[in-house]
Write a protein that binds this ligand. Structure first.
Ligand code: CTP
Length: 215
């Protein structure tokens, strides 16, 4: 039986990688871009699941929200939700590394070393591609973001190819009116065929609507 609504799953915000209950590695992502896409997706009639790292934003109306903290938690939720999804959009600023050990209690400074041993986190897009799209849900469309400092085009094209994406939304996070926490963004959309479209500076909601019309 056909589903009533197409389902989109969106990751948003930062992840936190704890080394003890009071210390973590993270980044300045606020989740605004992902939340704006979630809102635009509801407007378009999608069933929307938003997997959010620790952010201070209100859940858009009509969105199912799953709160996570670490990259591994985000990855597990993404794999689970993507199984029945039509579109997976990764806007989260996932921490690529985590501390090799996380202590159960607060570490005293004298117990810590000046060198922190890190291990790699899973790449969520690649994991969803390998374990969901290539194993059962072959119609799933993957969309990614590329946040770069400086010209994002080359890196974005590489990420689009390597992560098996339909298209990637690239931006220079150091550009005026763009980047972490801003209400606006200036992006270039590159698709898997090599087509490229630069959008003017606009609100993150307007960009979310453009992305959903491409989807
Ligand atoms: N991404 C992901 N899982 C990760 C890292 C990134 O799913 N562990 C996703 C992001 O949500 C984004 C895309 O991959 O949609 C590109 O993320 P970005 O941080 O720009 O690139 P990285 O793949 O981390 O590559 P690099 O660190 O080399 O720039």
């Amino acid at each position: 039986m056909k589903k009533a609504k197409a389902k989109v799953v969106i990751t948003a915000g930062p992840t936190r990688e704890h080394l003890d209950p009071v210390r973590f590695l993270s980044n300045p992502s606020t989740g605004r871009m992902g939340f704006a896409i979630a809102k635009a997706a509801v407007e378009r009639g999608f069933e929307v699941t938003l997997i959010a790292g620790p952010v201070a934003l209100k859940t858009p109306k009509g969105v199912k929200r799953i709160d996570v903290v670490s990259a591994r938690e985000m990855c597990a939720a993404a794999v689970e939700e993507a199984k029945a999804a039509d579109v997976f959009i990764a806007t989260a600023a996932v921490a690529d590394w985590r501390p090799a050990k996380c202590a159960a209690r607060k570490l005293k400074k004298d117990e810590m070393s000046s060198v922190l041993k890190l291990v790699r986190n899973p790449d969520i897009l690649k994991t969803v591609n390998a374990t969901v799209k290539r194993k059962g849900n072959s119609d799933l469309k993957l969309v990614g973001f590329a946040a770069e400092t400086g010209n994002p085009i080359c890196e974005a094209a590489r990420k689009c190819r390597e992560k098996g994406l339909e298209f990637i939304v690239a931006n220079d996070v150091t550009a005026k009116g763009a980047g972490f926490g801003a209400s606006t963004n200036r992006v270039v959309i590159l698709d898997k065929f090599g087509n490229r479209k630069a959008l003017a500076l606009m609100s993150k909601l307007a960009i979310g609507r453009r992305i959903m019309s491409l989807v």
